[in-house]
Design a protein around this ligand. Structure first.
Ligand SMILES: Nc1ncnc2c1ncn2[C@@H]1O[C@H](COP(=O)(O)OP(=O)(O)OP(=O)(O)O)[C@@H](O)[C@H]1O
Length: 273
C-alpha cells in the first residue's frame, strides 16, 4: 500500500556543466542547488522564493526529471523519482508542471484541443476511456477540462497565437490537469501575465487546488503572490535553503537577514507602484 506522504526531497545537489574557461578549456561546474531538503505534504501549498538564479527552477526540473541530480533523493509517496529502472513512471505521473511562458510551452501549430490531448499521448494511461480512439470523446473530455479552467468550448479549436496570454496559460493548466496529478508545480506561472490577468489565473489555481485536493509547489519571486496562495514558504539563496516558515510567520517574524531583505524590497516596490 502507498502511504500519502507527498514530496520529500533530501540533500539534493544539482550541478550544471558551466561555461568553458578560455574557449576550449575545462568546464567549471555550477552548483545550482546545494544540499536542499524540503517536503510538500499532501494538499499543502509551499512557495519557493528567492532572487533570480537562486536555484528555484532547478529544483522543479529535478523533480520532473528535466535536471539530473548530482546527489540526494527525491521521493513521492515513498517512491523514488530518481530510480528510472524501478518503474517510477506511475509515481512521476502524480506530478505535473505549469511553466512561466505558455506561448513557448504550447505548440503554436496545434489547436488547444491537440495541445491538451498531447498529454494523453505522452502518458496514455492517464487518458480517460476512449479519448485516444474516439474524436468525439476526446473533444468532450477537452471541453470538460476547458470548463474547469474557465474557458469556453470554442477555445478547443483555436491555436495558441489566436489566444490571449491568460487564455494560453489556462490551456497549459488544463493540459497539466489532463494528467490528473496529485502535485502541481507552478514555475512563475503568473509572472509573464498582465497584472489583472495574474490575479484571475491565481484565483483559478487556488480553485482547482481546492476542487482536486492538490498539493502545490509554487515558484515565484513575488511575495504578494506568496501571501495569497501559500501555507508555507521556503526561501532560497545561492542554491541553498535559508528559511522555512509558515506564511504568517515569514511576513511577521522573518528569521534570516536575506528574508528581511526580500520583504523590504517587496515593500519598496509596493510603495513605488
Ligand atoms: N541549463 C543550464 N546550464 C547551465 N547553468 C544553468 C542552467 N540552468 C540554470 N543554470 C544556472 O543555475 C543557477 C540556478 O538557476 P535557476 O534557473 O534554477 O534559478 P532560479 O532561481 O529559478 O532563477 P530564475 O528566477 O531567474 O528562473 C543559475 O546560476 C543559472 O544560471
Amino acid at each position: 500500500m502507498t502511504t500519502a506522504t507527498g514530496l520529500r526531497i533530501r540533500d539534493l545537489t544539482v550541478t550544471y556543466p558551466g561555461p568553458r574557461s578560455g574557449g576550449l578549456g575545462r568546464r567549471t561546474p555550477i552548483t545550482a542547488v546545494r544540499d536542499v531538503t524540503l517536503d510538500v505534504a499532501p494538499q499543502e501549498t509551499v512557495a519557493l522564493v528567492g532572487e533570480s538564479g537562486s536555484g528555484k527552477s532547478t529544483i522543479a526540473k529535478a523533480v520532473v526529471g528535466l535536471a539530473e541530480p548530482a546527489s540526494g533523493s527525491i521521493h513521492y509517496d515513498g517512491k523514488s523519482l530518481l530510480e528510472r529502472r524501478t518503474g517510477n513512471r506511475g509515481t512521476r505521473r502524480a506530478i505535473a508542471m505549469v511553466f512561466q511562458d505558455p506561448r513557448s510551452s504550447l505548440n503554436p501549430r496545434l489547436s488547444a484541443e491537440a495541445c491538451i490531448a498531447e498529454a494523453w499521448q505522452a502518458q496514455p494511461d492517464t487518458a480517460p476511456d476512449g479519448v485516444r480512439r474516439n474524436p468525439r470523446r476526446r473533444r468532450d473530455a477537452v471541453v470538460d477540462l476547458l470548463a474547469q479552467v474557465g474557458l469556453d468550448p470554442d477555445v478547443a479549436g483555436k491555436r495558441p497565437p489566436a489566444l490571449s496570454g491568460g487564455q494560453c496559460q489556462r490551456v497549459s493548466i488544463a493540459r497539466a490537469l489532463a494528467l490528473n496529478p496529485r502535485l502541481l508545480i507552478c514555475d512563475e506561472a503568473v509572472s509573464a501575465l498582465d497584472v489583472s490577468v495574474q490575479a484571475q489565473v491565481l484565483q483559478l489555481l487556488v480553485k482547482v487546488r481546492q476542487a482536486r485536493s492538490l498539493s502545490m509547489l509554487f515558484i515565484t519571486h513575488d511575495l504578494g503572490v506568496v501571501r495569497q496562495v501559500a501555507d508555507r514558504v521556503l526561501v532560497m539563496r545561492h542554491g541553498e535553503l535559508v528559511e522555512n516558515a509558515e506564511v504568517q510567520t515569514l511576513f511577521t517574524a522573518p528569521r534570516h537577514d536575506y528574508t528581511r531583505e526580500l520583504l523590504a524590497a517587496a515593500v519598496d516596490l509596493d510603495a513605488a507602484g
